[in-house]
Design a protein around this ligand. Structure first.
Ligand code: SF4
Length: 427
């Protein structure tokens, strides 16, 4: 292929996530209203892994997830005891000043729990109904209707959450039979995609017939394969304008779960698909449940969809720098910024958009530092023991000696106070 030069007149479109076109759903608790879909920002959700019957333990974990940045938190409601614990959990959260909306996750017996424990139905801000797990045969429609009627009566939105691991087997069998009769049948995988989407949309239409408004319905069709999820959500988004909840189900642990979730969600969010997200990470032994929230926030921030924390650009390091000083400094600054954010969010509006660079040597250090709001370029092997600091694109000063880390941290604090502190006064 012949090389084609880029002319100065040529306009190169900057990549950006496409606009979303879903209906807006309002999820409320007290005076807190979380808008999902429409022009609202993409929301972050998480789910507890405590026994809901342990109301105190569950309330503490909900609080941790909310403080980490989850804007709605889902809890399992699987037994009468769990349903009875829900109002106590809500009460504990209210006492702690945590107004994050709670979502109840119902399977198999949700129709009974919601009707027999009205205080649970009231304390929840949204119900998750899995149409594959609401009863078989004649019971399916009746029990689904019971849950939707409770939602309509309490004016609560629902998420109709289809999961391929619990897909309505009767619907799938019926669609497979119809396919088998075709002269040229489709692949079983394609029929499964269709069954998942059909289950979600048919259930949503039925919920509307039963009294829910379209702006009280959120849909999800979770799959555990990245390409499966992309295929299904692309098709789903074309066929309806319900708000969509996005997540790769059973993503797995650690790096695998994080990367798979990021790949799947990024591909869809870039296309304007998805109004709330959850990263279904299996915590590694000793790992905090809040890690799934950290990853979700990073996905949205990396795509430029939302800003939660100042970002730290750090180079990976290479043979030009043999010391770990810059790694330690990058981590120290990153940890420090995150730790301060709950306070700074109030005091310094806009600080979450700040960019900090911590670079390892002269090769990319000064350039990357100039692109950041404040950046430092540490000396690589053989370079003079000096660390130039750049502020707003200009070289401001050079740090030397043993206390470079502390002095840079002070410079960051001064910068934040000067640049974002003024916004507080102005407001
Ligand atoms: S900035 Fe320097 S130390 Fe960092 S990766 Fe690039 S060349 Fe290596």
């Amino acid at each position: 292929m012949k090389d084609t030069p880029v002319s100065l007149e040529e306009y190169i479109e900057p990549a950006a996530p496409a606009a979303r076109h879903s209906r807006q759903v309002l999820v409320r608790w007290g005076s807190r209203v979380v808008a999902v879909g429409g022009d609202a920002p993409v929301r972050v959700q998480a789910m507890t892994n405590t026994d809901t019957v342990d109301a105190i333990g569950t309330a503490i974990q909900v609080k941790e997830l909310a403080v980490a940045g989850s804007e709605m938190v889902r809890i399992t409601v699987n037994t009468p005891e769990a349903a009875q614990a829900v109002p106590y959990i809500r009460d504990q959260l209210d006492r702690m000043g945590i107004d994050v909306p709670l979502i109840g996750d119902f399977h198999y017996n949700g129709h009974r729990l919601l009707t027999e424990v009205p205080a649970c139905a009231e304390a929840l801000s949204k119900y998750r109904i899995n149409p594959g797990n609401v009863g078989k045969g004649d019971k399916h429609d009746k029990q689904f209707a019971q849950m939707v009627e409770v939602a309509a009566r309490h004016d609560k939105p629902v998420r109709i959450g289809v999961n391929w691991g619990s897909l309505d087997q009767e619907l799938l069998a019926q669609m497979m039979d119809e396919n088998a009769k075709l002269a040229e049948p489709f692949e079983p995988q394609q029929i499964m995609y269709r069954a998942i989407i059909t289950s979600a949309i048919q259930s949503a239409r039925r919920a509307e017939q039963l009294g829910l408004r379209a702006d009280q319905i959120i849909l999800s069709c979770k799959m555990s394969g990245v390409q499966d999820l992309v295929s299904v959500y692309q098709a789903l988004a074309k066929r309806c304008d319900y708000a969509l909840h996005l997540g790769l189900t059973e993503a797995g642990m650690g790096t695998k779960g994080t990367v798979a979730s990021t790949a799947a969600l990024a591909l869809l969010l870039q296309q304007g698909i998805g109004d709330t997200i959850r990263v279904s990470l299996t915590p590694q032994p000793g790992e905090a449940r809040t890690q799934e929230v950290v990853v979700a926030l990073e996905i949205l921030q990396s795509l430029g969809l939302r800003s939660f924390n100042p970002s730290v650009t750090a180079c990976p390091g290479c043979g030009r720098t043999t010391s770990t000083t810059f790694q330690e400094l990058a981590k120290q600054i990153d940890d420090y910024l995150r730790a301060q954010m709950p306070l700074w969010k109030e005091r310094y509006p806009g600080v979450e958009t700040m960019k900090v660079a911590v670079m390892g040597c002269i090769v990319n250090g000064p350039g990357e530092s100039k692109h950041a709001d404040i950046g430092i370029s540490l000396p690589g092997t053989g370079e003079a023991p000096a660390a130039p600091v750049f502020i707003d694109g200009e070289k401001a000063l050079t740090l030397r000696g043993e206390r470079i880390a502390q002095e840079f941290q002070t410079l960051v604090e001064d910068y934040i106070e000067k640049r974002f502190g003024a916004a507080t006064t102005a407001h």
